[in-house]
Design a binder for this molecule. Structure first.
Ligand SMILES: Cc1cc2nc3c(=O)[nH]c(=O)nc-3n(C[C@H](O)[C@H](O)[C@H](O)COP(=O)(O)OP(=O)(O)OC[C@H]3O[C@@H](n4cnc5c(N)ncnc54)[C@H](O)[C@@H]3O)c2cc1C
Length: 303
């Protein structure tokens, strides 16, 4: 028997459930491409389901067909070759925390993954899913831009590569074309004198960040030589905060005074007021985080 799955209960509580959809588990990447191409806008890939399913249950979207890419071995795995680290799109957030390769070569990703939701979410959620979803408060899009990552995108028409800094186009908006999948993400191995810094402020541990910062910084003799700072939670998309990155370059560490980059934070971030949090407060939090992250690099060097 079919029934309307939006149930109005006593006390005006509404339980929302997804509209009916078909589900398919392709047996190869080429099979997935074919299904996506044949079904056009009716089909949507699902990886870890940690963002998509919530959206379906809230009826923010109603695809007719879910294409489960979660078992495709072509999208899994981690490797390092010729100075490039390649992580399959299905790399789970939890794997970023545990992988020796990631912890050694891309510690920024491991630091960031610890802040994503809770264990159950980290066990299911994937790197590719997070980048494709492009939530402006998510950690991994910001890290991929800070780390100069390149996304490998595939479809029935073949593969192409897009730099992370060109991939994020706006709020929940990316360069992905219809029928295209993120296959893998490639990261250049970090240079010798470059250090990763990461911090975020959230209301509770595991909540999405109100303001966060992913940073790659090069320093010599207690002076910052160059920085690539990417904020999240207080911007519309993952992008380099170009003015702040320039302003902090040349500063002596530890950074005691924030005056050298406060104006640039205001210039690069331009956040909006949101319920319960004024734009001014976000700018203040971003300023505090910037000093905190830069000074954490001194502590890392000392340890
Ligand atoms: C309670 C809760 C708390 C959370 N907290 C955080 C948090 O603090 N920080 C954070 O970053 N995230 C958080 N998340 C989201 C989580 O990180 C998701 O895992 C992630 O955003 C999406 O990954 P996924 O594999 O689950 O993608 P899915 O939900 O399966 O898919 C998300 C979107 O990406 C598309 N997609 C998935 N894989 C691909 C691919 N390979 N190629 C092309 N398109 C693809 C899907 O079609 C869909 O549109 C939270 C989720 C929950 C439920």
């Amino acid at each position: 028997m079919l029934f309307d799955s939006t149930l109005s209960l006593k006390h005006n509580v509404q339980i929302m459930k997804a509209r009916n959809f078909r589900y398919i588990r392709p047996d190869s990447l080429q099979h997935a491409y074919r299904i996506l191409e044949e079904n056009g806008g009716d089909a949507v890939p699902i990886a870890g389901g940690q963002s998509l399913l919530a959206g379906l249950n809230m009826r923010l979207s109603a695809p007719k067909l879910l294409v489960d890419i979660g078992g495709l071995k072509e999208l899994a795995g981690q490797s390092q070759r010729d100075g490039t680290i390649r992580l399959g799109a299905l790399t789970r957030h939890g794997e970023l925390l545990q992988s020796d390769l990631v912890r050694k070569q891309l510690p920024l990703l491991a630091q960031a993954a610890a802040h994503i939701g809770h264990v159950a979410i980290r066990n299911r959620g994937t790197l590719g899913g997070s980048l494709a979803y492009a939530d402006p408060a998510a950690e991994l899009p910001a890290c991929s831009v800070a780390l100069r990552a390149t996304l490998v995108l595939g479809s029935a028409a073949g593969e192409r590569e897009v730099k992370a800094e060109d991939f994020f186009k706006g709020l929940f908006e990316t360069d992905l074309r219809p029928g295209e999948l993120i296959v893998a993400v490639k990261f250049p191995a970090p240079q010798a004198n470059t250090t990763a810094g990461f911090a975020e402020l959230a209301r509770r541990r595991g909540d999405f960040a109100l303001v966060g910062l992913a940073a790659m910084v090069s320093a010599r003799r207690d002076r910052i030589e160059g920085a690539r700072l990417v904020y999240f939670g207080c911007v519309d998309r993952a992008k380099v905060a170009a003015s702040v990155s320039v302003a902090v370059s040349g500063l002596a560490m530890p950074v005691l005074d924030t005056a050298a980059f406060e104006r640039e934070i205001r210039q690069d971030l331009t956040p909006d007021d949101t319920p319960g949090l004024r734009a001014e407060t976000k700018l203040h939090m971003a300023t505090v985080l910037t000093r905190r992250v830069l000074n954490s690099l001194v502590m890392q060097a000392a340890s």
